[in-house]
Design a protein around this ligand. Structure first.
Ligand SMILES: NC(=O)c1ccc[n+]([C@@H]2O[C@H](COP(=O)([O-])OP(=O)(O)OC[C@H]3O[C@@H](n4cnc5c(N)ncnc54)[C@H](OP(=O)(O)O)[C@@H]3O)[C@@H](O)[C@H]2O)c1
Length: 361
């Protein structure tokens, strides 16, 4: 049994330190939501040293934020002790100007709505959930900077933005003496590596942008649970998530996961723990945001923090061979791949960094 000891990392250049494993609320708090289970999971995460909790107005049309806010209030946690992150872009109000946008009117209304659902006066981290090609970037940067200046968010950042978009936002902020983006949240797991290893690592190294990552298990695929088809009650079986099924049931990927399970067994660990531990090994990553639909899954996943220091160069090279960088298969949502989404990772001409090219602590 792996015994977890949490590790805290600076969020890029910011002074803020976040737990290397954070806990997110997509699907699990809303569509699969049950308040008692959510409360239990928050308690387990808190006791394991998780200090960063991630949500978005998009998750369950605001329901995940509502459950998270109620959970914090019920647990009575000191607001200073945890870092709360939410994201804006998708919107919860069905009217013109309030959906899939980063316009000023939506952002200023959206943060008020999120704060109300979260039962707090401020969030620590506020992400622009996707880029918005229909709103001038300058308008978005001004609005996000104003939200920070008004104390409604402590830091703002991006999610799924290209390095070029982030750098342009930084340049606008510098030109007008506004708050610059601090962090980017990107997809990162053994089956989708480029966003962090090519793009994220470069903006982290050259511009101090902090990196948080999502879907370390590729929605559950990397746990091995889809090798025999779709288990009842799993994410792929949820109403509205059928779009994930072809990816999660991909035969070749499931065979690779089975081979990874053999690697994990050498450490007395599960495939899920190995996949999560691998994500924490990238030196540019501040926090890997976990998803878990039950307390048992969360306990198992949190123990991955103890596995990371045991992953030697040979093991990382073995994983590199099984899941080569460049064989990326994103599990982004249909919403996120709409016309409002980024056009894909851009070639920045920078070199790539993989966990196996670094020595580990
Ligand atoms: N910025 C963005 O665009 C973005 C996008 C996606 C996610 N996120 C954030 O990142 C968080 C994590 O993403 P994710 O939920 O996709 O993470 P994930 O780790 O890829 O998938 C989590 C899901 O896998 C299954 N699972 C987890 N642990 C397991 C285990 N030990 N054994 C078997 N199955 C297991 C559970 O689903 P079932 O039990 O239902 O099968 C769980 O809900 C989200 O909650 C959200 O906060 C952000």
């Amino acid at each position: 049994m792996l015994k977890a000891t949490m590790d805290y990392r600076r969020l890029g250049q910011a002074g803020l330190r976040v737990s290397a494993l954070s806990y997110g609320t997509w699907v699990t708090f809303a569509e699969q939501g049950d308040f008692d289970r959510a409360l239990q999971c928050l308690d387990i995460a808190g006791r394991a040293g998780v200090n960063l909790f991630d949500t978005a107005d998009a998750y369950g049309n605001g329901e995940a934020e509502r459950l998270l806010g109620l959970g914090f209030e019920t647990l009575g946690w000191d607001r200073a002790a945890y870092v709360l992150a939410t994201k804006l872009f998708v919107g919860t109000r069905d009217c013109v100007n309030m959906r899939q946008t980063l316009n000023r009117k939506y952002l200023l209304q959206g943060i008020e709505d999120s704060l109300q659902r979260l039962r707090t006066d401020f969030v620590d981290l506020l992400y622009c959930h996707r880029p918005d090609p229909h709103t001038p970037l300058e308008e978005t940067v001004w609005a996000m900077s104003d939200i920070v200046a008004r104390g409604k968010a402590l830091y703002w950042g991006t999610s799924g933005w290209s390095p070029a978009q982030i750098l342009e936002a930084c340049a606008i902020a510098e030109r007008h003496h506004l708050r610059k983006p601090t962090m980017e949240q990107s997809e990162y797991h053994l089956l989708a590596r480029e966003r962090i290893e090519r793009d994220g690592a470069a903006i982290h190294r050259d511009h101090g942008i902090g990196l948080t990552t999502w879907s370390p298990l590729a929605s559950g695929l990397l746990s091995g649970k889809y090798a025999g088809g779709i288990p009842a009650g799993s994410r792929a079986a949820q109403r509205g998530f059928a779009w994930l099924q072809p990816r999660l049931c991909d035969a070749a990927d499931n065979r690779r996961v089975q081979r990874m399970q053999a690697v994990a067994q050498r450490f007395g660990a599960s495939a899920a723990q190995l996949a999560i531990a691998w994500c924490t090994c990238h030196p540019a990553v501040a926090s890997v945001t976990l998803g878990a639909s039950s307390p048992a899954q969360l306990r198992e996943n949190l123990a991955a923090i103890a596995l990371a220091p045991l992953l030697d160069g040979d093991t990382l090279r073995e994983l590199d061979a099984l899941f080569p960088a460049g064989a990326a298969a994103s599990l982004d949502t249909p919403t996120n791949t709409s016309t409002n989404a980024p056009t894909g990772a851009e070639n920045t001409g920078t070199s790539t960094f993989s966990p196996s090219s670094f020595s580990l602590k």
